[in-house]
Design a protein. Sequence first.
Length: 89
Amino acid sequence: MSIEISKEARQQAIASIERYFMTHMEEPISNLAAGGLLGFFLEEIGPLIYNKAVSDVQAQIQARVAEVDIEVHEEAFGYWQKSGHSRKT
């Protein structure tokens, strides 16, 4: 599965890469080269991050499912205790 990002996100990411190179590297990077680098990262490293995120979400969902019985549990035979009904004497 390839990781796709929106056109706007791609433009922002390329601008961020260009800014990073201007700030931290000895030579700037062109817009075309920054786009290529972004494509490489999305294809090569993106799946690692994506899979980690999926794993994290699965763990969160499993934890919530494990708590469902606690959150929605109802005691059986509680009519007499809850309603205040008593036996006629």
